[in-house]
Design a protein around this ligand. Structure first.
Ligand SMILES: [Mg+2]
Ligand SMILES: [Zn+2]
Length: 229
């Protein structure tokens, strides 16, 4: 059978956390710069946009597992007046087109153009969408039936991990972009560690897909009890 989601736990193939036929299911939220494409500072021209060579394979693997792939990115460069919202949309169309040539698909892109001290007045807001606030995820959750608790946030900065903590999801830090520097030099200050640390997006996806399904409610009650002793 091709549809792995119909296999039962304990069957020949282990069910992963994303198999939840007919119900809200886990999604993978991806940061953009430093995770999906090269972190170059601000992408203020499409020429600066470069997908990592492993991105298409990583996204394709999620697509094949029927897992919604949702990009959530802070683009305060808009509020700072460096580039327009239209340029951000063009960048996302370019990412989508490049991925499409390799058989991979992002289900939705969300971006936050705001910054609390943006010089462009209309963008100078303490918004709910700037990561680590959950606004972009909340928007996605209105559009797709997503179970946030079993979802993952993957990113190269601790702010992405905080987004994951804020929405009650699991978190994966990648060592691309700002990842290695943040991990090496700042992790002693982190109040909470990411659930997973991976060299890059492909390794993160492979490890996420290999995780077993979260335990059934009865089993997790037992686990909690054992932990509290
Ligand atoms: Mg980033
Ligand atoms: Zn915003």
């Amino acid at each position: 059978m091709k549809d792995k989601s119909k296999k039962r736990i304990g069957g020949a193939r282990r069910q992963n956390r994303f198999a939840a036929p007919g119900r809200a299911k886990a999604a993978v939220f991806l940061d953009r710069d430093g995770t999906v494409c090269d972190e170059v500072g601000y992408v203020n021209h499409l020429d600066r946009l470069k997908l990592y060579p492993w991105t298409a394979e990583a996204v394709r693997r999620l697509n094949r597992a029927d897992i919604p792939v949702i990009v959530v990115t802070n683009q305060s460069g808009v509020g700072r007046g460096y580039f327009t919202e239209e340029l951000v949309r063009q960048a996302h169309r370019k990412i989508a087109a490049q991925l499409a040539t390799q058989g991979a698909r992002v289900d939705a892109f969300y971006f936050c153009p705001h910054h609390p001290s943006a010089p462009v007045k209309t963008y100078r807001v303490d918004c709910r969408c700037r990561k680590p606030s959950p606004g972009m995820v909340e928007k996605a959750a209105k559009r797709f039936p997503i179970d946030l608790k079993s979802s993952y946030v993957v990113g190269d900065s601790y702010r992405d991990m905080q987004l994951g903590f804020n929405i009650g999801a699991r978190t994966a830090l990648v060592m691309t972009g700002y990842g290695r520097g943040e991990y090496e030099y700042h992790r002693h200050r982190w109040p909470r560690m990411p659930d997973l640390i991976a060299e890059n997006l492909l390794e993160a996806v492979n490890r996420i897909l290999a995780e077993p399904a979260p335990s059934a409610p009865a089993a997790s009650r037992r686990t909690r009890k054992r932990k509290s002793r």
